[in-house]
Design a protein. Structure first.
Length: 372
């Protein structure tokens, strides 16, 4: 089988291997176990391979480079419009060669792939929509358009679109899905954490506006003011790194907040085994892996009720749902901190739920999609 991947994810070449963002590649490597030839159509970046990148594992990879496109300013918009005919042509030729077309959405390249796949109604297709599938979510027009096309069973034939969460009134080709990070061997028995001593919080994610890392820091700051013994370990990097560290220093938080930058999976896993809470007050998510990974080790997630997060947290029995208003968020967190028995139960519920979604289960589901 010739398996085609169409994605906006930036790729890096190192010797004979292709690298990209680790969570994405780790998942794709599971798909690639069941195919003979892989063709990747994606943009590349000259940046060096970092700790958050891993390599594809397949002996027969054909890489088809296309320009990255963005419409954030006039200059990038002009360049992107000029590149569109070339990209569409490359996608069309790649789809013509493929036995199975796999789209990664949402994204600008994924949107173009949504249009091109219409010309191949007889080919088997899958799409992974990694964003928020909530029909009521406020999203850019391009995201809504991708959701509309993927759901349209006349325009999009022979397609299974896997999405996060269960939503009402979906077409027959929309399949609720999940993702996974750990194997059965990684499972641990519930740890009896003490919630009456120093409380260890973690933030795992990109240091960008959409993930609201500053909000996580402000939560810690407010809890300190109220006398709670708390610490925060920040794992990740991004454009807000310097701003966040300056804020921490300016507000005398350096003793309780530590910035670790990008770290590999083993380091994150070790941190989660000893943390009490994980904060991720994102503006938008699909299936937030940072939350699911924390829950796998009994860490209580503190998150905003977006996408399928309320479903993941069982509306509060497996984690703490907060608003994006700092004062209200602190009130909810503080109310939970007053009940240690509830926190212990919440931690056990989180672990039990998340440990159902192992890589073995995930791979079995992927195998059925490829071999359907």
């Amino acid at each position: 089988m010739r398996f085609l991947i169409i994605t906006h994810v930036l790729h890096k070449k190192n010797k004979a291997s292709w690298f990209a963002y680790a969570p994405y590649v780790r998942e794709m490597n599971l798909w690639l176990k069941y195919v003979d030839t892989v063709e990747i159509v994606a943009p590349i970046t000259p940046k060096a391979v970092s700790a958050i990148d891993i390599a594809y594992k397949h002996n027969n990879i054909i890489f088809n480079k296309i320009p990255a496109i963005a419409f954030v300013n006039l200059g990038s918009s002009i360049m992107s419009f000029l590149a569109l005919p070339y990209i569409v042509f490359k996608l069309f030729i790649a789809c013509k060669r493929a036995d199975h077309i796999h789209l990664r959405c949402p994204g600008n390249i994924g949107l173009l792939g949504c249009f091109v796949q219409m010309f191949f109604p007889k080919k088997i297709k899958t799409a992974k929509y990694a964003g928020n599938w909530d029909p009521k979510a406020t999203q850019p027009l391009s995201y809504k358009l991708q959701k509309k096309i993927l759901s349209h069973t006349t325009l999009t034939k022979n397609m299974t679109a896997i999405v996060y969460g269960k939503w009402k009134a979906q077409t027959k080709n929309i399949k609720p899905f999940f993702t996974a990070s750990f194997k059965n061997k990684d499972k641990i028995t519930p740890l009896q954490r003490a919630y009456s001593s120093t409380l260890k919080f973690v933030f795992v994610g990109s240091l960008v506006e959409g993930k609201r890392p500053l909000f996580a820091i402000q939560i810690i700051e407010e809890l300190l003011k109220k006398g709670y013994p708390v610490t925060l370990d920040v794992y990740g990097d991004g454009v807000l790194n310097r701003v966040l560290q300056t804020y921490s220093t300016s507000n005398n938080l350096d003793n309780v907040i530590k910035f670790h930058g990008n770290q590999d999976g083993d380091t994150i896993k070790a941190a989660l085994k000893h943390a009490h809470f994980s904060i991720l007050a994102s503006k938008s998510e699909g299936w937030p892996k940072a939350i699911a990974e924390a829950m796998f080790f009994g860490v209580i997630p503190i998150a905003t009720p977006i996408s399928c997060v309320p479903e993941m947290l069982d509306n509060g029995s497996r984690g703490i749902l907060i608003s994006n208003n700092l004062e209200k968020a602190i009130a909810v967190i503080e109310a939970n901190l007053e009940h240690e028995d509830t926190l212990i139960t919440m931690s056990k519920n989180a672990l039990k739920w998340s440990q159902k979604y192992t890589l073995e289960v995930f791979e079995a589901e992927i195998k059925t999609l490829i071999q359907a």
